[in-house]
Design a protein around this ligand. Sequence first.
Ligand SMILES: Cc1cc2nc3c(=O)[nH]c(=O)nc-3n(C[C@H](O)[C@H](O)[C@H](O)COP(=O)(O)OP(=O)(O)OC[C@H]3O[C@@H](n4cnc5c(N)ncnc54)[C@H](O)[C@@H]3O)c2cc1C
Ligand SMILES: NC(=O)c1ccc[n+]([C@@H]2O[C@H](COP(=O)([O-])OP(=O)(O)OC[C@H]3O[C@@H](n4cnc5c(N)ncnc54)[C@H](OP(=O)(O)O)[C@@H]3O)[C@@H](O)[C@H]2O)c1
Length: 271
Amino acid sequence: MTDVAVSVPPAKATPFHELEVLWVHHWTDQLFSFRIRRPEDFRFRSGEFVMLGLPGDEGGKPILRAYSIASPSWDEALEFLSIKVPDGPLTSRLQKIQPGDTVLMGKKPTGTLVLDALTGGDRLWLIGTGTGLAPWLSVARDPDTYSRFGQIIVCHTVRNVADLSYRDFFTSGIHDDPLIGAEARAQLTYYPTVTRERFQTPGRITDRIRSGDLFADLGLPAGFSPNTDRVMLCGSMAMIKEAGEQLEGYGLREGSNAEPGDYVLERAFVG
Ligand SMILES: Cc1cc2nc3c(=O)[nH]c(=O)nc-3n(C[C@H](O)[C@H](O)[C@H](O)COP(=O)(O)OP(=O)(O)OC[C@H]3O[C@@H](n4cnc5c(N)ncnc54)[C@H](O)[C@@H]3O)c2cc1C
Ligand SMILES: NC(=O)c1ccc[n+]([C@@H]2O[C@H](COP(=O)([O-])OP(=O)(O)OC[C@H]3O[C@@H](n4cnc5c(N)ncnc54)[C@H](OP(=O)(O)O)[C@@H]3O)[C@@H](O)[C@H]2O)c1
């Protein structure tokens, strides 16, 4: 009788991490945030996005969508800010997750809303609409942001006041952050605007740029300058297109990871 060497096939590497949900917070019936356990070997740059999702129903294919990571690169857990699309293939189910549940996450973070894609400047504008706030929650908590820029301005435009998720965080909570609290107090300005309800700074951010109200409110010289201003844009296609054209009009040039520039952009969703 001969010995037969039985070779066990190597375990197949799964394309996704399976991660425990740690915390869920519902802001409105359209918006929620959640935190998940961070795999020890998962590295990303503040501002990047990753594929996130749930297993398919009854053994079907998993459903994954792009999500900006809403926590900084040093954080122990990973946070996300999500829309709830009533008939959305992913978010109609994702909105029901609870602590202890499992979500899937891709292994390769990517994106252009990173400090590496910008050249040096004095002032960093983080301009977002709707869930386009998510990457600023990451970038605005990164110590590198405060060492690279003297002033950081987070602009968030939403339909209704209740959609201003993280308003309390940006007006006070961030000042108690153990890592960047003191820097945020000295260098960070939060500038919310609301389009479909009365508010002290009403209207779209693009309209407030055009009218000059944005700069007047902040006591800054009117307009953006390629000498001093660097900008990140995240939101609907319409906002990005319009704001991008405004920045080009001021002489700012789009950057990328391969060729850093004066501003960078990313869609907060497709459609
Ligand atoms: C680079 C990138 C980063 C993204 N980051 C985020 C994020 O951090 N948070 C997040 O909620 N979504 C984000 N999205 C959108 C996300 O990928 C999904 O579209 C969203 O989770 C809805 O999935 P769904 O399957 O339920 O519906 P989908 O079939 O994906 O979307 C249905 C429709 O809902 C609308 N919609 C989808 N997402 C949004 C949104 N975020 N805001 C407003 N309207 C929307 C669009 O009109 C879309 O056609 C991102 C998309 C891209 C491309
Ligand atoms: N209360 C609600 O009923 C409610 C609240 C939130 C979301 N939703 C639903 O969620 C989905 C996504 O809505 P959303 O509000 O997250 O995203 P959104 O439609 O992209 O709007 C977010 C903000 O961006 C503004 N905006 C749109 N185009 C712009 C442009 N070209 N330049 C500058 N700003 C621009 C909007 O202003 P305008 O208001 O002027 O368009 C709004 O304040 C929608 O399908 C909506 O039905 C509903």
